[in-house]
Design a protein around this ligand. Structure first.
Ligand SMILES: [Zn+2]
Length: 149
């Protein structure tokens, strides 16, 4: 596993775009530092699985492997996880859309999303229903998901 630089370049606008079910068209993209950056860089606890999911998308965009690992259930987190954005086959993330968000229990939730990205010039679309659980420490974590379409 490669060591992440302590401080990678962070975007001004949040890559997640503040994605939410039934988005309002008049809302501008939030700033990274006030959106997912609070969770990725400042250690704030995401209040809901929705915010956690958005922050994980943004973490893939900025290559925050440590954050992805910390927000992934240990039993399903890939051992070779590496979100290095400089790798030649690294996806270039284009945008996030949230289709649905639902609490399925006191400490469990699902988020259905579509993430668009390019690899080697080819456009792809990931449509997934993701499952999240909240641990005793109050932190939401990604467990797994079902690919849709
Ligand atoms: Zn965000």
């Amino acid at each position: 596993m490669s060591q992440q630089p302590l401080s990678k370049q962070r975007p001004v606008e949040c890559p997640c775009g503040g994605a939410a079910p039934n988005p309002r068209s008049d809302v501008k993209a939030p700033r990274f530092a006030q959106c997912c950056g609070r969770y990725i860089d400042d250690g704030d606890i995401a209040p809901r699985a929705l915010e956690l999911m958005r922050s994980r998308y943004s973490a893939f965009v900025v290559g925050a492997t440590d954050y992805l690992r910390a927000t992934w259930a240990p039993q399903t987190c890939p051992a070779d996880l590496d979100a290095d954005t400089d790798a030649p086959d690294a996806p270039r993330w284009l945008g996030l859309q949230i289709k649905a968000f639902a609490d399925t229990g006191e400490n469990s939730a699902t988020v259905e999303f579509v993430a668009r990205y390019k690899v080697g010039g080819r456009a792809h679309r990931l449509h997934e229903l993701s499952r999240f659980v909240r641990g005793d420490d109050g932190r939401w974590r990604y467990v797994d998901g079902d690919i849709r379409d």
